[in-house]
Write a protein that binds this ligand. Sequence first.
Ligand SMILES: Nc1ncnc2c1ncn2[C@@H]1O[C@H](COP(=O)(O)OP(=O)(O)OP(=O)(O)O)[C@@H](O)[C@H]1O
Ligand SMILES: [Mg+2]
Length: 321
Amino acid sequence: MNAPLYRIPGVPAAAAPADTPAPQAPVATDGARSMGEVLAQSQVEPVLAELERDLVGLAPIKARIRDIAALLVIDKLRANLGLTSQAPPLHMSFTGNPGTGKTTVALRMAQILHRLGYVRQGHLVAVTRDDLVGQYIGHTAPKTKEVLKKAMGGVLFIDEAYYLYRPDNERDYGQEAIEILLQVMENQRDDLVVIVAGYKDRMDTFFQSNPGLSSRIAHHLDFPDYSEGELMQIAQKMLTEQHYRFGDGTHEAFERYLAQRLTQPHFANARSVRNALDRARLRQASRLFADRERELTADDLCTLAPQDILASRVFRQGGAA
Ligand SMILES: Nc1ncnc2c1ncn2[C@@H]1O[C@H](COP(=O)(O)OP(=O)(O)OP(=O)(O)O)[C@@H](O)[C@H]1O
Ligand SMILES: [Mg+2]
């Protein structure tokens, strides 16, 4: 049910041509007078329920999103009664460590904004500095404008947004991209929502140096790291989605894996869990492949054994994979 995620540049053409985002059902909340009517007409509740169900943990983030949705529903009712004329400020900042769910939640946010009629299409365009900033004079403005054109009617998600600002280099073109972004954030806020994302401390410094940007961000969401218990639940969810399961003793092996991996560098929360499971599946495949004579049952094909986890480099001195 996810809205399409456009990565620029280099989107596989088959995924969806980036210039022509798939049209989605129009949202008709005009004329609604009660909360129930707006919620029923906009279909925002199923998205909130899905968010609740599909994502492990993230209680403070889920609560903030419900608050934002409530604010938007009330704003719709006020607009229908002629009490509001301007779109509410909706630009956001998502801070947190790698793999804490920022991109995943941004996709859901795009759906919610679309269902409530705040953006026409509800697609998400995810970019980094290199997609916005050119290498040579005169290249940045057309690059940034092209990205903005693609994102119009949806959400522009700028990952590691602080790389746009390089105070050490006076003639850095990032500043040019920031200025264009600021104008569009102000003037076209009824059709484009910008979400900047990245590490919290770096984002704070970035905002301090760019008060214009900071003052245009209405909602700051700070994504916590997952606990070990939550990471185990995320692992279970990922396995179930892919029709795999832990065999006897594998759950414990994966707990040991996580405890060890957490102490090593570059730990990236749910992303590290996904990568670890991908590698466990590779090891399972090699294990089954090696046994040519055996007839493989569905159970064999679906089950990860403890050794598929315990063979990880993480258990060797100094390993980090
Ligand atoms: N709460 C969660 N429940 C289930 N799966 C999750 C959760 N959070 C993240 N994931 C999964 O973990 C992976 C990484 O999440 P995501 O890409 O959203 O994180 P991110 O914060 O954007 O990371 P990065 O900083 O690396 O871009 C995705 O495959 C996502 O589906
Ligand atoms: Mg991300």
